[in-house]
Design a binder for this molecule. Structure first.
Ligand SMILES: *Cc1c(COP(=O)(O)O)cnc(C)c1O
Length: 377
């Protein structure tokens, strides 16, 4: 089965009890265990819920993993996956990960004694150099946020494997439709399902997929024990979103290609960052590990005033955080997703006050071009 078909026929297209084509929303906290001499699959809804199970099996199938788990947010998925480690353990993380992941590692997990070293994962050798005796995992994100830098997942996972480290990949920007990290050597794949998987800017949700059943048991122990689970209605929205992922993402990606090329020609635009552009420095590696460039790109105006005027004037792009929805979103990383990173560190990473990140929606490309050109004029 091809992925586009698997999005629809993941094993949950009909409810065995009723024949319903939609996955039922099991709005219940507990389950009658009846005859206590018999093993029951469900007992309490933090531990398991049939609606959640449908989503967890779907994402595991899409990523080609052994087990999938759903969480109340992308950050809940990341904190729960990292929850398999212990105080005194160390991980090597990409330097330009999602701002919330940066904050999680630098505040919460630092207090709980999980150390990390941030490196530029553009060169896998930087990972090797950062490995310590207590290193347990490598945490990667590609394309990176917000500068769309590319990390070679195969090469980094190979370095991790040499010393028995786990490779964890945040695959939110690509989705399993465009990139499947487990096939490239990853052990855990994370999603903010809030973004492309949900796809309609109407739900906060997260997922984690483990390559093996054994690793899945460790993450399940955190899901159940730490308890950062989603409710069944939110899960249902993600299940519904996933069914249209292919048509949405392909259309949004096409528009991102058109818009990024047009912006590059604009006199007020300093640079455009998109792995779909021929001269993107990571294009060859990206093309070798992903089947498309995605629907997120960023650009820098020449001055801060131009960036602020663009955000204040643009009509069809909401000036907001988040990405992957049906509506175009223009975000301003220095004030939004990366506001928690100290200014000096931000500047070093190239996240300047002229940088705008775009997630293209399903509007007509022609309208977006006209709108963007007007906002830049
Ligand atoms: C949004 C996002 C997250 C966090 O997900 P939430 O659902 O907002 O908790 C993590 N990683 C990436 C790449 C994201 O874009």
């Amino acid at each position: 089965m091809k992925l586009g078909t698997l999005l629809i026929h993941s094993g949950h297209e009909t409810d065995p009890a009723t024949g319903a084509l939609g996955v039922p929303v099991f709005q219940t906290s507990t389950f009658d265990q009846g005859d206590l001499s018999k093993e029951r699959e469900f007992d309490y809804a933090r531990s398991g819920n049939p609606t959640r199970k449908a989503l967890e099996e779907t994402i595991a199938a899409l990523e080609g993993g052994g087990r999938g788990y759903a969480f109340g947010s992308g950050i809940a998925a990341i904190s729960s996956a990292l929850g398999i480690f212990s105080a005194g353990d160390h991980i090597v993380a990409a330097g330009d990960i999602y701002g919330g992941s940066y904050r999680l590692l630098n505040t919460f997990y630092k207090r709980w004694g999980l150390e990390h070293t941030a490196v530029d994962t553009g060169d896998p050798e930087n990972i090797r150099r950062a490995i310590q005796p207590n290193t347990r995992a490598v945490f990667l994100e590609t394309p990176s946020n917000p500068l769309l830098k590319i990390t070679d997942l195969r090469a980094c996972a190979a370095v991790a494997k040499e010393t028995g480290l786990l490779t964890i990949v945040d695959n939110t920007f690509m989705t399993p439709l465009l990139q499947r990290p487990i096939e490239l050597g990853a052990d855990i794949v994370i999603h903010s399902a809030t973004k492309f998987l949900g796809g309609h800017s109407d739900v906060i949700s997260g997922l984690a997929v483990c390559a093996t059943e054994a690793l899945g048991k460790r993450v399940y122990a955190v899901q159940n024990g730490f308890g950062a689970i989603p409710g069944p209605w939110d899960i249902w929205l993600v299940i519904r979103g996933i069914k249209t992922l292919k048509v949405r993402l392909e259309a949004q990606q096409k528009t991102a290609g058109i818009l990024s090329r047009r912006l590059r020609e604009h006199p007020h635009v300093e640079a455009v960052y998109y792995p779909g552009l021929e001269d993107h420095p990571g294009k060859a590696i990206h093309d070798a590990q992903a089947s498309g460039a995605g629907a997120v790109f960023s650009f820098k105006t020449k001055t801060r005033e131009q960036a602020l005027r663009f955000l204040g004037t643009v009509k069809y792009a909401a000036a907001a955080v988040s990405l992957g929805g049906v509506e175009t979103i223009a975000s301003y990383p220095v004030r939004m997703s990366h506001a928690s990173i100290p200014p000096a560190e931000r500047e070093r990473l190239g996240i300047t006050d002229t940088l705008i990140r775009i997630s293209t929606g399903l509007e007509e490309a022609e309208d977006l071009i006209e709108d963007f050109e007007n906002a830049l004029a």
